[in-house]
Ligand binder design. Structure first.
Ligand code: ADP
Ligand code: MG
Length: 459
């Protein structure tokens, strides 16, 4: 669509510019870096473009801004400023991501050069094991990460961490890197995102120093690649990644990979890579439980020297359920608000200050969705959720759905009862108690609940 938009007062389109670029670039480079660019506007000699990631933005600014300007100029359009902003998939511009390119910024470019040439990305000093709060949903991933950090020999390769956004995958990888660097400063520990891996690879292709690229990657002691789902569909990069991976495994070097799904569920990834990635230990981080949310909130509030009453902590743990990043965002806002107003933080105040955040967290999952997923899972009819039937095979899933309705939505007990064929709230309480009891003895049901929670929170 954006291809069809014509620049104001002109007969030149972004399509023309991108097809000019296409002529001078190889197919992969064009596909990966230029194709995702969306034309936003051209006014007063300012050309605005948007891209889906910060990384892409930086790459374009660094490598293509001058070319884009020149092509425009060739066509008679002078560009004083080129602005690139990052937009999420849902088209919302992410505030603060706007970068302006102007010719004068030569100094800055130089800095970026040295930054990009280091194949490892910087590590966040806050992402250590000490700062990681452990609970049921992440204990396996945590233990595995610690094991990798502590052991001299490679015990499982790769360590594959997966889970939803903001659940601590990057945090754990950095923690391993810090721990290894501390213990063995000489070890070459490389951490980077799959996106940056691709960037390095394409850059090497472009400057014809693939040998150097291979050499750099194949001489690392520990390689961590974050968000590997990013390379799905990027065939050449995937191929190169596969070779790098194999070489390192053969040399008995530790590899740690993260993704948003398990290897088997990474649709579109080559089969041989899928199976390779599952060879070591696959550890997932589950959606956070109430207890873990509470623990994390307590610890983060303490770090920020923010005093919160038990009521406020309980309220937040109940309402902000998606991921830790949102919890941190909430605490930051409360800290600012508290210090500005010099007042004690009450639940009322939290409701007010975090209105928008609370809304997105509660709007997410409806009871209807829960009923639908639960009936699909147990292979019963949707009408069974409302029917008076009491046979075990139907009553149990119905209780599971009620339990989930209470644990993931903000609906009250009477509201939940109404949604289940007009049942009384005491029936809902009974259902929740029953499920809680069974979960503690029956790992199968506990797993059902986990799976359903995950499906609901990620769909
Ligand atoms: P992911 O890579 O899985 O999307 P991150 O590792 O970037 O998530 O985590 C998002 C934020 O939440 C980070 O600031 C991280 O420190 C914090 N975080 C996540 N899990 C925990 C945890 N268990 N304890 C403390 N902080 C956590
Ligand atoms: Mg991450």
């Amino acid at each position: 669509m954006e291809d069809e938009i014509y620049f104001k007062d002109s007969n030149l389109s972004w399509k023309n510019i991108s097809s000019e670029l296409k002529k001078s670039l190889d197919k992969d480079t064009f596909q990966n870096w230029i194709k995702p660019i969306v034309f936003e506007s051209y006014q007063n000699n300012i050309l605005s473009l948007s891209v889906p990631t910060r990384f892409l933005r930086d790459w374009i600014i660094k490598n293509y801004a001058p070319v884009i300007k020149r092509i425009c100029l060739d066509d008679g359009f002078s560009i004083e400023k080129l602005i690139i902003i990052v937009k999420e998939k849902n088209e919302r511009a992410i505030p603060g991501t706007e970068v302006v390119y102007q010719e004068k910024e030569k100094e800055k470019e130089k800095d970026e050069d040295t930054y990009y040439d280091d194949i490892s990305a910087p590590l966040d000093p806050k992402f250590t094991f000490d700062n990681f709060i452990v609970g049921k949903p992440n204990e396996l991933a945590y233990a595995a990460a610690q094991r990798v950090a502590e052991s001299e020999v490679v015990s499982f390769n790769p360590l594959f961490l997966y889970g939803g956004v903001g659940l601590g995958k990057t945090h754990l990888m950095h923690a391993v890197a810090w721990a290894i660097k501390k213990r063995s400063p000489k070890k070459n520990v490389v951490y980077l995102t799959a996106e940056k891996f691709m960037y390095q690879f394409i850059k090497a292709l472009r400057f014809k120093n693939i040998m150097n690229f291979k050499e750099q990657f194949r001489s690392v002691d520990v390689l961590m690649i974050d968000d590997v789902q990013f390379i799905i569909g990027k065939d050449n990069t995937q191929e190169e990644f596969f070779h790098t991976f194999n070489t390192l495994v053969d040399k008995k070097r530790q590899i740690i990979i993260s993704a948003d799904k398990s290897p088997a569920d990474l649709e579109g990834l080559e089969d041989r890579l899928k199976s390779r990635l599952g060879w070591g230990l696959v550890a997932d981080i589950h959606p956070l439980t109430y207890e873990l949310r509470l623990g994390i909130l307590q610890s983060k509030a303490e770090q920020k020297q923010l005093t919160l009453s038990p009521e406020v902590l309980e309220f937040l743990s109940n309402k902000i359920t998606n991921n830790v990043r949102e919890m941190e965002g909430a605490l930051n806002r409360l800290a600012v608000h508290g210090s500005l107003h010099q007042s004690e933080i009450t639940v009322e105040m939290v409701k007010d200050v975090l209105k928008d955040l609370l809304r997105t967290n509660s709007r997410k999952i409806t009871i209807d969705e829960i009923q639908k997923k639960v009936t699909e899972h147990y292979n019963i009819r949707l009408s069974d959720m409302h029917s008076p039937r009491r046979s075990r095979s139907i009553a149990r899933p119905r209780q599971v759905a009620m339990y989930l309705a209470k644990s993931i939505t903000t609906r009250s007990l009477p509201e939940i009862g109404r949604k289940f064929g007009g049942r009384d709230h005491t029936t809902v309480i009974h259902a929740i108690k029953t499920i809680e009891e069974i979960i503690s003895n029956d790992p199968n049901l506990a797993e059902d609940i986990e799976i359903l929670t995950r499906i609901l929170q990620t769909s």
